[in-house]
Every structure is written in structure tokens, then in C-alpha cells.
Design a protein around this ligand. Sequence first.
Ligand code: 1HE
Length: 283
Amino acid sequence: MTPTQTEPQTPDAVPHAEPGALPGVYATLDLLQCSQDGPVLHLRLNRPAKRNAISDELIRQLHTAVLSLPAHARVILISGEGPHFCAGLDLSELVQREIGEAVLHSRSWHAAFDALQFGRVPVVAVLQGAVVGGGLELAAACHLRVAEDSAYFGLPEGQRGIFVGGGGSVRIPRLMGVARMTDMMLTGRVYDANEADRAGLVQYRCADGEGLAKGMALAHKVAQGAPMTAFAVMHALPRIAEQSPSEGLFTESLMAAVASNTPEAQARLGAFLAGKAAKVTKS
Ligand code: 1HE
């Protein structure tokens, strides 16, 4: 899918004000605040008045932002403006959609979230307040999730009489298991941040107001890793998890041989053997 270069400004967006804001295509994405912090591209959902509900335009802008990744970016950080990460699908658009459009709509989410999950760089999500429906589907497409105390996780599709359509049925059970997702969808059960941590929905917890700093610190740490290792983790690891043990072990051998034969790996291994690389310690 080709990113569109220009779009009209939409009325519910907050004007760009952040230092480090990016020029070019990013400046046209009014439903995202886009900024660069060294190797980290920070994309902030920017529809706080609608609790960052994902409209057709927002999913298109997110897809465009991911496809337009600057060459020097090594990590994407995703967060939401305001007290909620994301209220999921924009329900006001859903009511007008006929069946054929609904299939294409769901596929447009799949394309955007696949671009995130299987792109060039890892993605860190910072979560606060509502992380519900399509907001949870978006979070599930990211590689690392940081939850502030206020974060809560729900799949209100059951209450609304609909089904997940943004990849949730594929990704969420892989994080928390089919049984827990079944419970969330049938009963409307909502997980708080600690429950989500224990269930495997998030990897990091922090206090309210500390998520962005934590997410940014993690993103910078990820950016220090070798790109081929990140590629292997993003592209080989989930595929190996789907393969039979025999196929998985074979894929692992191929991936390991490729990664260890890159110049970067050779340089890093050489640095360790020369006593110039950091040792593994528990900080
Ligand atoms: C929205 C949406 C939305 C808020 N679509 N407009 N998602 C849901 O079922 C969640 C629905 N939202 C909520 O439960 C609540 O809005 C929140 C708990 C997230 C936040 O509550 P609150 O009190 O802070 O805000 P609010 O007053 O409810 O909402 C503020 C405005 O945002 C209001 O619009 P306004 O014009 O009256 O000011 C809301 O209508 C609007 N708003 N959430 C549209 N989701 C690919 S398939 C994915 C399927 C799903 O994601 S289903 C889950 C949908």
C-alpha cells in the first residue's frame, strides 16, 4: 500500500507543538504528533477529545507514518495524548458501513498493524487509561508494552455486539491465552494494569506519569541493539513459535548463522573478546 502524501487537516486534532517535530510527510499527519528523539520515532495518537478512537483517517495516518519511517530511525515509540491510550474503533463510523466495506475496513487495520509488527524496527507502546477494543489490538501489535498504574484493558466488542477486527483474535491469545480472551469478550471482564502484567499483556509497569520516560528509555536501549538481531526477533521468533519443533529448530539455525555473520555481530563479538564490551550484570 502506498502512503498518501497530503491530507486535509481534521477538526478534532490538537495542533503540533512538540519540539523535534518532523517535517515532510509527518507534518501532514494531523491525527498523530510525530517527533524524533535520536534513533526513536515517537508517534503519539492525537485525538484526545475522542479518547484517541481510531477513525479511518487515523488508521490511514498510522499506516503512512510506519511506511514512511526515516532511514535513521531504529525504534518506534507509540503513545496516546490525554488520559487514555485509545478507546478502540471509532464507533460513529462503524454504524454507516455495509458488509463489503466492513471486510475492507478490517483488512486496512490488518495492513497497518502488520506494517508495525513486521516492519523494520521494533515498536514500544506506552499505555495509560483505556486500552480497549482496537486500542488493545494496536498495543498487541507492538513489541514491548509499558503500562502505567491507570491503564486498564478491555474488549467491549461483546457489549457492542461486534467482534474484534484489528488482528486481536490472532495476537491477543498469543499474549494471554485463548481462555482469558474468551472471558474478556463474553463477560466484559476488564483487567487492571497489574492483572494485565500477570496475564502477559504487558512487560513493564510504572507509576502514572512515568510511562513516557520509561518507554523512551526502553526504546533507546532497544536502539543500541544490532539491527539483525532486532530483525530476527521481530520476523523469525514469531514464525518459529508457529512452526513444529523440528522446523523451528531448523529455522533457528539458519537465522543464527545469518545474524552471527553480519559485520556488526563480528565487531561486537570482537569487542567482547578484547575486553571492551559490557559484561552481563543484574542491575
Ligand atoms: C468515542 C469512542 C469510540 C469515546 N468511538 N467515539 N470502544 C468502546 O466501546 C469504548 C467506548 N468508549 C468508552 O467507553 C469511554 O469513552 C472511555 C472509557 C474510553 C473514556 O470515557 P470518558 O468519560 O473519559 O470519555 P467520554 O465522555 O465517554 O468520551 C469523550 C468523547 O469521545 C465522546 O464524544 P463527544 O462528542 O460526546 O465528546 C465519545 O463519544 C467519544 N468516544 N470513545 C467513537 N470508541 C477493528 S475492530 C475494533 C473494535 C473495537 O474497538 S470495539 C470497542 C470500541
